[in-house]
Write a protein that binds this ligand. Structure first.
Ligand code: ADP
Ligand code: MG
Length: 737
C-alpha cells in the first residue's frame, strides 16, 4: 500500500455505542451493527432490505463494540500515536460521526471516572508520565491551545474575552504549515494545569450556547498540544524535537436539513455542511489519488487539518456509529466515509530543530537571565571582598559562575547585610566625631544615606531578576523530576506494564489476522485435488464466494448511484430555491432602483474571497483619506497671486488684520485688463457691497492694474512687503487648514 518508505496510511478505527434506553424501548429490532473484533470488521444490516440481500461488510484497523472500554481503545489505537508525538511527529486524532454516537464520549468521556475517561485525559496522563519517566538530560516544554470552528469562524476558547473577540485568521508558514494567528497558548507544567486549561475552554464553549448539545453538534472543537523536547545529541549540541497533537471533536456528520429553515439557520446549516462536505471532498480527492487538486482551501477545517490529511502527520480517525435501525442511512454514510479515509497516505517525519521552537527561545532567555544574575552577584561579591581585602583577581569571576545558585544567593544576602552594618557603623562614627563641622557631618551622613538607598535598590533589582529567572526556569520540565507524584509511582509502573502487555497482544492479534487472510487467499492455490468430484466441489465453493462478492458489489454500485441521484436532486432543489430568490431580488432592483444608482453601486462592489463576502470599495483610497482630503490645491510654483498696492501698504503698516494673510497662494492669474475693468464698473454700480480682495482698492485703480499685469515672480520676491508675507506664509497655510 505504501508509496514510499516514509508514507503511512491514515489509521481508521470504528466504535459503536450501546443502544440507548430510548432506542431499546422503541422496538425489539435490536442493533443493526455487528462487529468481528478479531478481524476488525463491521457488518451492517439494512433493516428495510429483504433478508436475501447480502449484508455489508467493512474492514478497519480496529473495531470497538458496545462493550469496549475507553482504556482498550486508548492503549491499542491512540497510545502509539501519542508516543510518536512525544518523539517529534505531528499527530491528529479526530472523531467523526453522527450526533449522539459518542464522539465527545470517546474524546473526553467522563473525567471523574477513571474507567470512562476518554482519549484526551488519557493523553494528558500519558504525556506527563512519559516526561517524568524520561532521562534527566531531556528538557520539555508543553503548551496547549483550544479553539472552536463555528459557522466557519475560528474562536479562541482560552481568550478571556472569548464571547466578544473577533474571529481569528488563518495564516500559512512555509515551514510549519497552516496556523491560527494570535491563538492563545498556555504553558502547562502538570496534568492538573492542562486539565484546567481544558476546563476553561469547555466552559467558554458552553457560555453563549443555549443548548450545549445542539451547539456541539454544529461546531468543531480542536484541542492542540505542542510538546517540545530538547536533548543533547551525539555532536554535544542540544537538539529540539517538536511534536504537535491535534485532538478534534468534529460537528455531527448528519445531513443538515435545509428544508423549512430560513435566514440565519439556513446560513448556518450551509456553513456546517461546507466544512464537513469540504472534509469529505478532501478525503475523496486524497483517497482517489488521481485528482491532482486537493480542495483544502474550501473550508477552515480542511485548511487546519491539511497536514493531518495527506501531509506531515500521523492520523487516527475514530468513526462512531449508533446501532439503532432508524439511523441506518447515516451509519452507512459514516462507514463509507471511514472506508475511504483508510486509503489516505501521509508522509510523517520528525520535526527536528525547527526555527520557531519556543523551547530554544526559553533556553536562551534563561541563560541570559542567569548570566545577568551571576554578574550582579559577582559584582556584589567583588565589592564585599574589596571591603575586606582590596585585592581581587578577575579570574575568580569564572569560579563564581560555576558555583551553586543557592550559595551565590546566600553570599549576596550576606554581603548586603554586612554592607548595611558597615554603613550604619560609619554613620555612627561620623555622628560621634567631634572634629567635624556640623554641615560637613550632615553632608557625609547624606552621602552614606544615599549609598544605603542604592544598596537596597540593587538588592531589589537582584530579587526581581531571581524571581523572573525562577519563573522562567520552572516552565521547562526536566525528565525524571518536576512531577510530584511519587506516592503513585509504583502503581504507575504497574499500569505501564499492563499497557505494554496490551500492546503486545494487539500486535499478536494483528499478525494472526494477517496470517488468516493470507491463508484464505492461498489455501485453494496450493490445494491438489485427489478426485474430479473434489475439484468440482472446491471450485463450486469458490464460485459461490465470488458470486456473493459480485452481488455485494452490485448492490454497492446501486447504492452509490442512488446516493448520487439523491444528492443531485438535493442540489437541484437548492438551485431552484436560489434562482427563485434571485428572480425576486432582480425584480426589485430592475423596477425600483434607478439604473444609474444601480450602476454606481455595482461598480463599487468587490468580492473578498477570504471572508466570502461582497464589499463596498471605499470612495477614497484608504491611506490618503485623512491627509489628501483636507489639502488645498497647490498653485503654480514660482508665481504668486497679484497683490494690490493697497494691500501692500496695509501689510507694511501692519494695520488691518485682513491683509496679514494676503498672498498665501502661488497662483498665476490670467487677468486681462478689460475683464478687470468690467468687474470694477460693476463694483462702482453697487457701492454698498462689501469690499472683496480684488475690488476694494478702487482709488489706485490705474497703478494696480499695470502692476498686477506685468508682475513677474522676480519682482515679487524683491519687493519689501514680500519678506513679511513669506514669513507668515507658512503660519497662514497651517491656519487655513
Ligand atoms: P456526540 O458527541 O457524538 O454527539 P456523545 O459523546 O455526547 O455523542 O454521546 C451521546 C450519549 O451516548 C452520551 O450520553 C454518552 O454517554 C453515550 N455514549 C456514547 N458512547 C458510549 C459508549 N461507548 N459507551 C457508553 N455510553 C456511550
Ligand atoms: Mg459531542
Amino acid at each position: 500500500m505504501s508509496k514510499n518508505k516514509s508514507s503511512e496510511s491514515v489509521k481508521v478505527v470504528v466504535r459503536c455505542r450501546p443502544l440507548s434506553r430510548k432506542e431499546e424501548s422503541n422496538g425489539p429490532a435490536g442493533g443493526i451493527v455487528q462487529m468481528d473484533l478479531r478481524l476488525g470488521q463491521v457488518i451492517l444490516r439494512n433493516p428495510r432490505a429483504p433478508p436475501s440481500e447480502p449484508q455489508k461488510t467493512f474492514t478497519f484497523d480496529a473495531v470497538y463494540d458496545a462493550n469496549s472500554k475507553q482504556r482498550e481503545l486508548y492503549d491499542e489505537s491512540v497510545r502509539p500515536l501519542i508516543d510518536s508525538v512525544l518523539g517529534g511527529f505531528n499527530g491528529t486524532i479526530f472523531a467523526y460521526g453522527q450526533t449522539g454516537t459518542g464522539k465527545t464520549y470517546t474524546m473526553q468521556g467522563a473525567w471523574l471516572d477513571p474507567e470512562r475517561r476518554g482519549v484526551i485525559p488519557n493523553a494528558f496522563d500519558h504525556i506527563f508520565t512519559h516526561i517524568s519517566r524520561s532521562q534527566s538530560d531531556k528538557q520539555y516544554l508543553v503548551r496547549a491551545s483550544y479553539l472552536e470552528i463555528y459557522r466557519e469562524e475560528i474562536r479562541d476558547l482560552l481568550d478571556p474575552n472569548h464571547g466578544n473577540a473577533r474571529a481569528l485568521e488563518l495564516r500559512e508558514n512555509p515551514e510549519t504549515g497552516v496556523y491560527v494567528q494570535d491563538l492563545t497558548s498556555c504553558v502547562c507544567k502538570s496534568i492538573k494545569e492542562i486539565e484546567e486549561v481544558m476546563n476553561v475552554g469547555n466552559q467558554a464553549r458552553a457560555v453563549g450556547a443555549t443548548d450545549m448539545n445542539e451547539h456541539s453538534s454544529r461546531s468543531h472543537a480542536l484541542f492542540l498540544i505542542t510538546v517540545e523536547c530538547s536533548q543533547p545529541g551525539p555532536d554535544g549540541r542540544k537538539h529540539i524535537r517538536v511534536g504537535r497533537l491535534n485532538l478534534v471533536d468534529l460537528a455531527g456528520s448528519e445531513r443538515q436539513t435545509k428544508t423549512g429553515v430560513q435566514g440565519e439557520r439556513l446560513k448556518e446549516a450551509a456553513k456546517i455542511n461546507l466544512s464537513l462536505s469540504a472534509l469529505g471532498n478532501v478525503i475523496s480527492a486524497l483517497a482517489d489519488g488521481r485528482s491532482g487538486h486537493v480542495p483544502y482551501r474550501d473550508s477552515k477545517l480542511t485548511r487546519l487539518l491539511q497536514d493531518s490529511l495527506g501531509g506531515n502527520a500521523k492520523t487516527v480517525m475514530v468513526a462512531t456509529l449508533g446501532p439503532a435501525p432508524q439511523h441506518y442511512d447515516e451509519t452507512l454514510t459514516t462507514l463509507r466515509y471511514a472506508n475511504r479515509a483508510k486509503n489516505i497516505q501521509n508522509q510523517p517525519r520528525v520535526n527536528e530543530d525547527p526555527k520557531d521552537a519556543l523551547l530554544r527561545e526559553f533556553q536562551r532567555e534563561i541563560a541570559r537571565l542567569r548570566a545577568q544574575l551571576n554578574h550582579r552577584k559577582w559584582r556584589s561579591k567583588q565589592k564585599s571582598e574589596q571591603v575586606e581585602d582590596e585585592s581581587w583577581d578577575g579570574d575568580q569571576e569564572k569560579e563564581i559562575e560555576d558555583e551553586e545558585d543557592e550559595e551565590v544567593e546566600k553570599e549576596g544576602e550576606d554581603y548586603v547585610k554586612l554592607e548595611e552594618q558597615r554603613l550604619e557603623s560609619e554613620k555612627e562614627a561620623i555622628r560621634g566625631d567631634q572634629d567635624l563641622m556640623a554641615d560637613e557631618k550632615q553632608k557625609l551622613l547624606g552621602e552614606k544615606e544615599r549609598m544605603m538607598v542604592d544598596l537596597r535598590k540593587e538588592q531589589e533589582a537582584t530579587e526581581q531578576l531571581t524571581a523572573k529567572y525562577k519563573a522562567m526556569e520552572s516552565k521547562l520540565l526536566v525528565g525524571g523530576k518536576n512531577i510530584i507524584d511519587h506516592t503513585n509511582e509504583q502503581q504507575k509502573m504497574l499500569e505501564i506494564k499492563r499497557q505494554e502487555i496490551a500492546e503486545q497482544t494487539r500486535k499478536e492479534r494483528e499478525i494472526q489476522q494477517q496470517v488468516l487472510i493470507q491463508d484464505e487467499e492461498t489455501l485453494e492455490l496450493r490445494e491438489t485435488f485427489t478426485s474430479l468430484q473434489q475439484e468440482v466441489e472446491a471450485k463450486t465453493k469458490k464460485l459461490k464466494k465470488l458470486y456473493a462478492k459480485l452481488q455485494a458489489i452490485k448492490v454497492e454500485i446501486k447504492d452509490v448511484n442512488d446516493e448520487h441521484v439523491r444528492s443531485r436532486q438535493e442540489l437541484e432543489q437548492t438551485q431552484n430555491e436560489l434562482t427563485r430568490e434571485l428572480k425576486f431580488k432582480y425584480l426589485i432592483i430592475e423596477n425600483f432602483i434607478p439604473p444609474e444608482e444601480k450602476n454606481k453601486i455595482m461598480n463599487r462592489l468587490v468580492f473578498d474571497p477570504e471572508e466570502d463576502q461582497w464589499k463596498f470599495q471605499s470612495l477614497v483610497p484608504a491611506e490618503s483619506k485623512s491627509s489628501q482630503m483636507k489639502k488645498r490645491p497647490a498653485s503654480a510654483v514660482g508665481y504668486k497671486r497679484p497683490i494690490s498696492q493697497y494691500a501692500r501698504v496695509a501689510i507694511a503698516m501692519g494695520g488691518h488684520s485682513r491683509y496679514r494673510a494676503e498672498n498665501i497662494m502661488f497662483l498665476e492669474l490670467d487677468m486681462t485688463p478689460p475683464n478687470t475693468a468690467s468687474v470694477d464698473r460693476s463694483k462702482d454700480a453697487e457701492p454698498n457691497q462689501s469690499p472683496s480682495v480684488d475690488s476694494s482698492p478702487t482709488k489706485e485703480k490705474g497703478v494696480r492694474k499695470s502692476q498686477s499685469w506685468c508682475q513677474t515672480p522676480k519682482s515679487m520676491t524683491s519687493s519689501p512687503s514680500n519678506v513679511s508675507l513669506a514669513a507668515c506664509h507658512s503660519a497662514t497655510t497651517a491656519a487655513a487648514q
